[in-house]
Design a protein around this ligand. Sequence first.
Ligand SMILES: Nc1nc2c(ncn2[C@@H]2O[C@H](COP(=O)(O)OP(=O)(O)OP(=O)(O)O)[C@@H](O)[C@H]2O)c(=O)[nH]1
Length: 476
Amino acid sequence: MTASDRMALLPSRTGAWAAGFLSWGPAGGAWSWTALLVVVVGTAFWALRERRRARRAVSGEERLRTQWSHLPAALVLVDDHGRIAALNPAAERLFGYGPGEAAELPVARLFPDSTAAADPHFLDFHRKAEEQAAGGPAREVHCLHQAGHAFPVRMAVSEVPRGPRREYLLLFQDNSLEKAMEGALQRESRFANAVINSLPGIFYLVDQQGCFCRWNRNLEQVSGYSGAEVEELHPLELFRSEERDRVSRMIQETFDAGASSLEADLVLRSGEARPFFFASFRVDLDGDRYLAGMGVDISHRRHLEEELTRLATTDLLTGIANRMQFEQDLAREVGKAERYGRPLTLIMFDVDHFKRVNDSHGHESGDRVLQEVVAVAGTRLRDVDILARWGGEEFMVLAPETGERGGFELAERIRQTVAEHAFPIPEQIVTASFGVAAYESGEGEGTFLRRVDEALYRAKAEGRDQVCRAEPDPAS
Ligand SMILES: Nc1nc2c(ncn2[C@@H]2O[C@H](COP(=O)(O)OP(=O)(O)OP(=O)(O)O)[C@@H](O)[C@H]2O)c(=O)[nH]1
C-alpha cells in the first residue's frame, strides 16, 4: 500500500488535502514527505514536553495533597481574618470534625475560653509565628474537641506568605499520651512515696558515695534531722564513733554480697542513742549501685531482753545477783586474778538459826530479815565488791583486789553490823557466821568455793556469829 493509498483511507476532505500535499513538489512529493516528518516529529516532541510539564505540575500538587492528607501531625491553615482555611485529616480527627466540617469556622473554636482568658494575645498568630521563627519553643496549650472536652497539645505556628495577605499554619502535636504517661509516672511516684512513708520503720536509699538519695518521713521524725540536714549527712554520722567500723563493714558487705543486717544504736539529733535493727540490700539501677534498707526501733525488744536477763540473773527476794550470775562473776574474777596475779577474796556467810526466825515469826518476817541482812551487808561493801545470794539464807561476797587480811576485816565488819542491827522481829537477835578464803593461784573456782564453805562450816561449828579463815588446799 502506497502513502496515497493510506491517505485515501482518511476521511474524505482531510484525505484529499493530504494526498494533494504529498503529490506536490519538484521531487515528485519527496520534499513534502520530509517537511511532514519534521512537523510531525516536532509536534510530537512539543506534546511530549508539555505532557511531562503538566504531569510534573500535577504530581507536585498531588504529592503536597498526599502529604497534607497523610501527615500524622495535625495541620490547620488559618487566614488573616482568623478563619480556618483548611484542616488536614489528622487535625479533623484530633478536633473531632468531619471532612470539611470545620472550614470557615473561626479558629477560636479550636480553643477553650480559658486559653484565651489566660493569654489575651493567644489568637495573635502573627506574634506567635514571629516568636517561633526567633527560636521560641512550641507551646503547650489546651484545645477544644468538638465534643466539648479540652485536651493538651503542643502547638507550633508558622507564617505562610500568600501575596499581600498572610496565612498561618498551625501544627498540633497530640501530647495527651505523653501527659498520660507523665500522670502515670507521677501517680507511681506518689504511690512509692506513700508506701515508703507507711513503712513501720525508717527507710533509706544511699548511693556508693554515702549520700542519702531517698528516705521516708520516719527517718526525719525519729532522728530529729530535717530533710535538708539528712541530705548533708553521711550515714556513719548517725552512729557512735565506736560503732562506725561495724556499720561501715555492714555497708561494704551489702554492696559486695547483696544484703546484710546489724543491730546498732542510732544517734539522734538530740544526742539520744536508740537501738535499731537494720536490714539492708543492694539495688542495681542503671549501672549504679545503691544501698536500700529499713531500720526498726528495737528499744522495746531490747528492754524486754534486759528485763529477762535481769530476771534470770537476779534474786527476786533481795534484788542482788543470784547464784547463776555469781558463778559467772566468780569465773571472771578468778580469771583476772590468775592472769594478773591480783588478790581476790571470797566471803561466804549464813544467817544463824534462821529456821527459828521462820518458826517464831512466820515466813514473811523471815523474808524481811533476809532483805535487811542484804541491805545491812551492802553498807559495808565497795562498788567493786559483788554481793550475791548463794541460796536459802546463804550469801557470798567477792572482793577483788583484796587479800586474806582485808577480806577477814571486811567479813568482821559485816558480821558486827548484822549483829548490831535491829531487825523487825522482837526479842530475837539475828547473827551470821562467816568463812573467808583468799584465792590461791591455780586452785580454780571449785577448790576456792570448797575452802570457803569449809571455813563457814567451822564458824558454825565453833559457836556461830564469828568469822573463820579457810585452810589452804592440802593438794596444793
Ligand atoms: N523466809 C524464808 N526462809 C527461807 C528462805 N530460804 C530458806 N529458808 C529457810 O531457812 C531455813 C534454813 O534452816 P537450816 O538450814 O536448818 O539452817 P539454820 O536454821 O539457819 O541453822 P544454821 O544454819 O545451822 O544456823 C529453813 O527453814 C528454810 O526454810 C527464804 O527465801 N525465805
